[in-house]
Design a protein around this ligand. Structure first.
Ligand code: PHE
Length: 358
C-alpha cells in the first residue's frame, strides 16, 4: 500500500474510533486543520512538477473529499446516538404529585350579582341591559325627574360632552333608565332585572364614583304592592340565607315611584359588630315603590290599564353586609390579597330553595 493509501486508512480508522464529538473534531483538525496531514499534502503541491501535479492533484482532492464525508457521517451518527441516549434516560415520572395550580377567585361583586340573578331567575325574571352612557331623557326626564327638579342635584351626576335629543349625555346615575328602555320596546306583562354599573361623583368609605345596582321591574294589569312586598321579602331572605329575616317597609320618596318605600332588614349592633337577622336594630338596604303613572305614560304604556312595581338594590352594599367587608373602596383597588381573602371559588351560587349548597 502506498503512503496515500496508508494515510487514508489511518484517518478512516481514527474517524471510526472517535466516540465523542470532541475526539472526532481532534481527528478533523489533525487531517484538515491548518497543520493537518491532508493540508500538508495540498501545500506540498506547489513544489511538484506540472506533470506530478496533474497526476497527484486529483488523488489528493479525492482523498480530502472521502475523509470529509466520513467525518460528516460519523458526526451525524454520534449526534443520533447522543439523542437516543438522552431519550432513553429521560422518562416521565407519572407518580410525581401534580404541581398546585394557582386558582383565580370570583370577585364579591360578580358573586353577589350572580346570586341575585339566580334568585330572581327562579322567580321568573329575565335580564335586561342598557348603556352606561345615557341621555338626559332616559336617566331623568322619563323617570319623572324634569329639568330643575331637586332630585337631579341629589344624584351628583357626571356630565359628558355632547348631547342627544336636546339634552346632555350623562354616566347613568342609577339602573332605572333600563326600566325606561325596556318599557319603550316591550309590551307588558314585564318582569325584568337589570344588573349593571352606575356612576356618581362621590368618594368616601361608603361611596365610590362607580358602583353597581340591580334594578327590578314588574308591570302587569293587576300588579300591586303586595306583590312588591312578597318579591322583596323572598329575595332578601334567600340572599341573606335567613328564613325568618325581619323586614320593614318604610315610606320614602322617589320621583319615579308612588308610593315609594325604603326597605330595612333586622340586625343587631353590639360592640361595634353587626349581625344581620335579629335584634332590635334596622339597616336600610334598598329603594322601591309602585311605578309612577307618569313614568308608564312617558314610556308608551297606558297607566289606566297597567301598573307595576320597581326596586333598586346596591350590589356592593348587600355584598358588604353579607360577607362582612368593611370598606367599599377596597372592592376596586384590585389587590390580589384582598381578592384571595374575600373572593369565591366558582359555582358557589345560592338558590331560592336551597340556600348556599356548600
Ligand atoms: N333608582 C333608585 C336609586 O338609585 C332606586 C330605586 C329603583 C328606587 C327603583 C325605586 C325604584 O336610588
Amino acid at each position: 500500500m502506498d503512503d496515500l493509501g496508508q494515510l487514508e486508512q489511518d484517518l478512516l480508522q481514527a474517524i471510526a474510533d472517535a466516540d465523542t464529538a470532541a475526539a472526532l473534531d481532534a481527528v478533523r483538525v489533525a487531517a484538515l486543520g491548518k497543520k493537518g496531514s491532508i493540508s500538508a499534502l495540498m501545500k506540498g503541491m506547489g513544489a511538484l512538477s506540472p506533470e506530478e501535479r496533474k497526476e497527484k492533484g486529483p488523488l489528493f482532492n479525492q482523498l480530502k473529499n472521502r475523509v470529509e464525508s466520513a467525518i460528516e457521517s460519523r458526526k451525524t451518527a454520534l449526534e443520533t446516538a447522543e439523542l437516543d441516549a438522552k431519550l432513553a434516560g429521560e422518562r416521565v415520572d407519572v407518580t410525581l404529585p401534580a404541581r398546585p395550580q394557582s386558582e383565580g377567585r370570583i370577585h364579591p361583586i360578580s358573586q353577589t350579582m350572580d346570586e341575585a340573578l339566580a334568585i330572581f331567575g327562579e322567580m321568573g325574571f329575565t335580564v335586561a341591559e342598557g348603556p352606561d352612557i345615557e341621555d338626559d331623557f332616559h336617566n331623568f326626564t322619563a323617570l319623572n325627574i324634569p329639568p330643575e327638579h331637586p332630585a337631579r342635584q341629589m344624584h351628583d351626576t357626571f356630565y359628558l360632552p355632547g348631547e342627544r335629543d336636546g339634552g346632555p349625555l350623562v354616566l347613568r346615575t342609577h339602573t332605572s333608565p333600563v326600566q325606561v328602555r325596556t318599557m319603550q320596546v316591550q309590551k307588558p306583562p314585564l318582569r325584568i332585572i337589570a344588573p349593571g354599573r352606575t356612576y356618581r361623583s362621590d368618594s368616601d368609605m361608603t361611596h365610590t364614583p362607580m358602583f353597581h345596582q340591580v334594578e327590578g321591574l314588574v308591570v302587569d294589569k293587576s300588579t300591586h304592592m303586595g306583590h312588591l312586598k312578597g318579591c322583596i321579602t323572598e329575595f332578601c331572605r334567600a340572599y341573606f340565607e335567613i328564613a325568618d329575616l325581619p323586614l320593614r317597609f318604610r315610606p320614602s320618596f322617589f320621583p319615579f315611584t308612588e308610593p315609594s318605600a325604603e326597605v330595612d332588614i333586622g340586625c343587631s349592633r353590639k360592640d361595634g359588630g353587626l349581625k344581620i337577622g335579629s335584634g332590635g336594630d334596622w339597616l336600610e338596604i334598598l329603594g322601591c315603590g309602585m311605578v309612577h303613572p307618569k313614568v308608564l305614560d312617558s314610556c308608551g304604556i297606558d297607566s289606566h290599564v297597567y301598573q307595576g312595581f320597581a326596586f333598586g338594590v346596591g350590589v356592593e352594599r348587600i355584598a358588604m353586609l353579607k360577607y362582612g367587608i368593611p370598606d367599599l373602596r377596597t372592592f376596586f383597588e384590585a389587590d390580589l390579597r384582598w381578592l384571595h381573602h374575600y373572593g369565591f371559588a366558582a359555582l358557589d351560587i345560592p338558590s331560592l330553595v336551597g340556600g348556599l349548597s356548600r
